[in-house]
Design a protein around this ligand. Structure first.
Ligand SMILES: [Zn+2]
Length: 295
């Protein structure tokens, strides 16, 4: 059994984070230990001056949790659904239910993407032998899922929600984005393209962003935990993709990361320290993500 230990430590000091909007945070309850639960982390954002956040759970639907955590919270809290094994993988029924409950973001498979297993990154089946190690893929890796993906994309378009690429490979992202665009999805987010999964090149990310109007996410988690990653590498990615196509998020909530509001401001500081324009970076952490998510 996995136990969630709550570490309810409030952020230290004042942040200059007014107007920031974090599209990627992990809160308890989760199968992994998290720094705090939904309400506590939302409180940290409010105290730091954020306007909103999106709760992400690799193994839990978060639309309902977001409603509970966002009530009288003083900022906008959204949730969504990741198409991992708990949701039946590439499963249109799971997406229909999530969207009906107000999900704003649907992520393609993450922990149960084939890329995750290939990279040897953590999955529930690694710690619970009773869980199958099934993985999921979309075309061109698994052509058998095409019909289901097209149905899912149509539902996201209808709901005007965000399609995020999760941990799909570059080839799958390159297949998915034009399919989503032509189905009428206007809100597209490439989930941390330069992270270990999918390990997309700067050139591919820049081309996919400009051709398909997809935003590219850069996370504080990458700066804090990705092997071989540093501020210079992330700054080069932002320069190549272009500020207007970049969303900065925290992907924090791990007990060994700073509290999510600090993690995101730390990312902005680190990129500014590499010579990037601070005002442009702040837009990548505020207006751009808010416009992506808020209906
Ligand atoms: Zn994440």
């Amino acid at each position: 059994m996995l136990h969630v230990q709550l570490v309810l430590s409030p952020p230290a000091g004042r942040l200059h984070a007014d107007g920031m909007f974090d599209v990627h945070v992990h809160a308890a309850p989760d199968i992994w230990e998290r720094a705090a639960d939904d309400r506590e982390i939302v409180r940290w954002y409010r105290e730091a001056g954020f306007t909103g956040c999106v709760l992400k759970g690799h193994y839990d639907a978060t639309a309902g949790r977001a409603v509970a955590a966002g009530r009288d919270a003083g900022l906008q809290v959204f949730g969504g659904q990741v198409l991992n094994q708990h949701a039946g993988g590439i499963n249109p029924s799971a997406v229909a239910a999530a969207l009906a409950m107000g999900a704003r973001m649907i992520w393609m498979p993450t922990a149960d993407a084939h890329t995750q297993q290939a990279a040897g990154l953590p999955r529930l089946c690694c710690v619970d032998g009773g869980v199958s190690d099934t993985t999921y893929a979309i075309p061109p890796v698994d052509p058998g899922t095409e019909e289901a993906v097209r149905r899912i994309v149509a539902m996201i378009a209808e709901a005007d929600a965000v399609l995020a690429t999760g941990h799909l490979s570059t080839a799958e992202v390159a297949w998915l984005l034009p399919v989503a665009r032509s189905a009428g999805v206007h809100r597209l987010l490439m989930t941390h393209p330069s992270y270990t999964v999918p390990d997309m090149s700067e050139d591919d990310a820049a081309e996919l962003a400009s051709v398909h109007g997809a935003l590219a996410e850069v996370t504080a988690y990458q700066l804090l935990h990705q092997p071989g990653c540093d501020a210079a590498r992330l700054a080069a990615f932002v320069r190549r993709v272009g500020y207007r196509n970049v969303v900065l998020s925290s992907d924090a909530g791990q007990p060994d990361s700073p509290p999510p509001p600090q993690a995101l401001t730390q990312l902005v500081d680190a990129l500014a320290g590499e010579g990037l324009d601070r005002q442009a970076l702040l837009a990548c952490a505020s207006e751009i993500p808010e416009r992506l998510v808020v209906p």
